[in-house]
Design a protein around this ligand. Sequence first.
Ligand code: ADP
Ligand code: 5GP
Length: 223
Amino acid sequence: MSGAGARTFPLVLSAPSGAGTTTLARALRDRRPDVVFSVSATTRLPRPGERDGVDYHFVSPAEFIRMRDAGELIEWAEVHGNYYGTPIANVDRAVERGEFLLLDIDVQGAEQIRGRVPGAVRVFVLPPSGEVLVQRLVGRASEEDAAVRRRLSNARDELRAAGHFDHVVVNDDLDAAVADLEALLDGRPRDVRPGPPLEDAVRTLTAEIERHITPAAQAGDHR
Ligand code: ADP
Ligand code: 5GP
């Protein structure tokens, strides 16, 4: 079936937790009627204000495993100790309707999408600095200290995947980052491309995050 949109595609956003993909996805959807958010299934508990069926389909581990084993998920991953997955139905519906499907998924999921969803465009979202990433994670106040540390520790690994993405967008000023995403939808990308400047940025970010995870080691370390 052909859709209404001229040339739409799934847009995948991945980032270290706290970089702002949820915020970016909401802002982009608010601006663009041709963008729909892919509601994932997760075994994580809802945060205050999150609604079942809108932000996520909050399911039990048993229900998640049933969906996965029934082949209802186009990709899935364990992230920060919980399961997350994208229902295939989300992709089919968006294609039918000619809409851009916005997937906010982790780097493992983005890798699976690459092989399974032809035409998907994958964007890695970078925070402007490690300091800002920490501030955003702590400022969101949705996790305990231990969970924040776990997310920061995972961020180091996730950052390594940045170079495998099609595009990179820095989420410093929100409006500017949303404009970068809109430009991508309109087929005129103007972002940082994977390459040496990106590698430098990732190295700096990783070092800044490292300092937050091991402050004691750093204080006593005068190499
Ligand atoms: P993610 O979904 O990537 O884990 P969120 O979208 O929840 O991250 O953002 C983490 C925190 O950072 C939230 O409190 C959000 O309001 C804030 N935030 C996101 N983007 C920006 C931005 N461009 N400028 C300032 N604060 C931001
Ligand atoms: P959060 O718990 O902060 O909402 O999300 C944690 C991580 O899970 C984020 O990196 C988010 O992008 C990722 N995530 C959310 N939904 C999915 C999904 O359906 N599949 C995968 N692979 N990751 C997801």
